[in-house]
Design a protein around this ligand. Structure first.
Ligand SMILES: [Zn+2]
Length: 495
C-alpha cells in the first residue's frame, strides 16, 4: 500500500521552524531530517495477522527502524522532540492520536492510547527515545545512517532501545489496523532522558502526569534478555524476564582534618583519614542475601548449567551460600556476586589539587547498589559503623528508593512464557534481576507490575553493540521480536 507523503513534509518543516524559534539549541538538520519523512508500505490487515502477513510486517518494521535510527537523539542533549514528532506521525497515519509533552526545550514525552472495553486494566508499552553517545571513528558505518548492510540494520539505538520501541510501535499499529477487539487499553509511552538516569522523561511522567498510566496493571520495558544459542541457527537458550532491579544508592564520603603545608605533616591529614576509611569500606564483605527472584532464576539456570557442581549450587543457593568453597566460586562471577549482595564500588577520590598542600577536606564517591527488600537507612548505618570515624561523614548524593519486585504469578508473565514456549519449546523462561536499572522502578512504585522484556534473541556477541560500537540488529531477529511482542501483548489484551 502506498502512503501519502507531501503533507507530512510540510508539517515537519513548520514544526521544525516553530521549534527553532522557541529554542535555537538542538539542530534539526543533518541525516535525520530528510529520510525520516518517507513512509514505508503498510500491510493491509482485516484481521489479526496470519503467517503470510508477517513477512510484510517485518519489512515494515525494518523500514521504520531504519528511519528511527537516523534521528540523532544522543543524550545530552537528546533532542527527543524530533523522535516524538516522527513517532506521532507514524501513529497518526494509522489513525492513532498521540500527545506530545515538552517538559523542556527540545525534550519530549509521547503518549498514545488504544482503547479497550475497560473490562481489564491497561498495559503500558514503555520505551525511551534517547541514546548514548556514539564515537563515529570506532564505527564501521555512520552511527546515524540506519543503513541496512549484511543482513543487519545498523545504528546507535538499534538494541538500546529503538528496536524494542519499534516492536512496541508495530504492536500498536497492527492491533489498530486489524481492529483487534481489546479488553485492555494499550498505552504507548515514549520518553526522554533514560540514558542520563534522571531528567524529564519517566521521572517527569511519574511526578507530573501520573494519571496517564494510573490504574495500569502491566508495563513492558527494556531490561530483559533473550539469549540465542551460539552456533545453532535460531535456537533460544533462555528468556530472562526482568522482574526487579537493584536500586542505586550513591554516596559521598567526606573526611575533615587540619589543612597545612605538605612539608609539615599534620596528625589529622584528611586525605590519610579518608584513605583509612575507604580501606575499611573496600575490605567490607557485605552479607550474602538470597532474594526470591534470584532464587528462582538460579534454580531455573541450574537446569541448563553444564558443570555439575555449579548446577548443584545454583539449584539450592540457600544451602550453597553456607559453603565457603561455593561462596568463593559463585562470588568470583561478577554477575552472580552482584545478584547476591549489596555491592560497593569506590569510584571517585578527591584531595588537594596541589601536591604541597594538605587540604582541609578530602572526599570520595561510592556507587552502592542495594538488593530488593533492603533499607537504605539501615545500610547507611552499617557503613558508618564500618568506617568508625566521627571525622568522616557519609551522605546520599540524591533521592533513593527501595527496590521492588513484580510477581511472576501474573497473566502477563504467563503469556510471555506461553508465547516463548510455543516458538521455542527448548528455551527456559525465567525471572531476572538487573544489577543496573531502567525506568521501570518509577512504575513498579506506582503498583504497576513491570517487566523487562527482551524480544530479540541475541547471542552474547550480538549484544556487544549496546553502549558500544557498531550497534546493530539482524533483520531476522527484528522480525522475530516484532512478532513476539505482538503475540504477548495481544494474548493479554485481546478479548
Ligand atoms: Zn536503554
Amino acid at each position: 500500500m502506498v502512503e501519502v507523503g507531501g503533507g507530512w513534509w510540510r508539517i515537519a518543516l513548520i514544526a521544525a521552524v516553530a521549534g527553532c524559534s522557541r529554542n535555537p539549541a538542538p539542530p534539526l538538520a543533518g541525516p535525520s531530517s530528510a529520510p525520516v519523512m518517507q513512509t514505508p508500505a503498510r500491510v493491509a490487515l482485516i484481521a489479526a495477522p496470519v503467517e503470510e502477513d508477517w513477512k510484510g510486517l517485518g519489512d515494515e518494521a525494518a523500514a521504520l527502524l531504519s528511519q528511527y535510527l537516523r534521528i540523532n537523539t544522543t543524550n545530552p542533549p537528546g533532542n527527543e522532540i524530533t523522535a516524538a514528532r516522527w513517532l506521532s506521525e507514524a501513529l497518526r497515519r494509522e489513525g492513532i492520536e498521540s500527545r506530545i509533552f515538552e517538559p523542556a526545550p527540545g525534550k519530549a514525552n509521547l503518549y498514545a492510547r488504544l482503547a479497550g472495553d475497560g473490562s481489564a486494566r491497561p498495559i503500558v508499552l514503555l520505551n525511551h527515545m534517547d541514546v548514548v553517545l556514539a564515537s563515529p571513528e570506532f564505527w564501521t558505518v555512520d552511527p546515524f545512517s540506519g543503513v541496512t548492510k549484511d543482513g543487519y540494520i545498523w545504528g546507535r539505538g538499534a538494541l538500546d532501545m529503538k528496536g524494542e520501541g519499534i516492536a512496541q510501535l508495530m504492536t500498536m499499529l497492527i492491533l489498530k489496523r486489524a481492529k483487534v477487539p481489546l479488553k485492555r487499553d494499550i498505552i504507548f509511552l515514549a520518553t526522554s532522558d533514560e540514558e542520563i538516569g534522571a531528567g524529564v522523561g519517566a521521572a517527569w511522567i511519574a511526578e507530573q502526569q501520573p494519571d496517564l498510566v494510573r490504574g495500569a496493571e502491566f508495563l513492558l520495558n527494556e531490561g530483559g534478555t533473550t539469549r540465542a544459542k551460539t552456533g545453532s541457527q535460531g535456537a533460544v537458550e533462555y528468556y530472562a524476564v526482568g522482574t526487579t532491579e537493584k536500586s542505586p544508592f550513591w554516596l559521598d564520603v567526606t573526611a575533615r582534618g587540619t589543612a597545612g603545608h605538605g612539608s609539615r605533616p599534620t596528625p589529622d591529614n584528611p586525605v590519610h583519614r579518608l584513605i583509612r576509611a575507604l580501606n575499611r569500606v573496600a575490605e567490607w564483605r557485605t552479607p550474602l542475601v538470597v532474594t526470591p527472584a534470584v532464587e528462582r532464576s538460579f534454580r531455573d539456570l541450574a537446569t541448563i548449567e553444564r558443570d555439575t557442581t555449579m548446577r548443584r549450587w545454583l539449584s539450592d543457593i540457600r544451602t550453597a551460600i553456607r559453603d565457603s568453597v561455593a561462596v568463593r566460586q559463585l562470588t568470583a562471577d561478577l554477575t552472580y556476586n552482584a545478584l547476591l549482595r549489596n555491592t560497593i564500588s569506590i569510584t571517585g577520590v578527591k584531595g588537594s589539587t596541589k601536591t604541597n598542600v594538605i587540604p582541609p577536606t578530602a572526599s570520595a564517591a561510592i556507587d552502592v547498589r542495594l538488593l530488593p527488600g533492603q533499607d537504605p537507612a539501615a545500610f547507611l548505618a552499617d557503613l558508618v559503623r564500618i568506617i568508625g570515624d566521627t571525622a568522616v561523614t557519609v551522605k546520599p548524593q540524591g533521592p533513593n528508593w527501595p527496590a521492588t519486585e513484580s510477581s511472576s504469578e501474573t497473566e502477563m508473565f504467563r503469556a510471555i512464557t506461553e508465547v516463548a514456549r510455543r516458538r521455542h519449546p527448548e528455551a527456559l523462561v525465567t525471572t531476572m534481576m538487573l544489577a543496573g536499572f531502567t525506568d521501570s522502578h518509577y512504575f513498579r512504585r506506582m503498583g504497576i507490575a513491570s517487566y523487562g522484556l527482551g524480544p530479540f534473541p541475541l547471542t552474547q556477541a550480538d549484544s556487544r553493540g549496546v553502549h558500544g560500537n557498531d550497534e546493530r540488529i539482524s533483520l531476522e531477529v527484528l522480525r522475530a521480536g516484532v512478532r513476539f511482542y505482538y503475540e504477548v501483548v495481544s494474548r493479554v489484551a485481546a478479548k
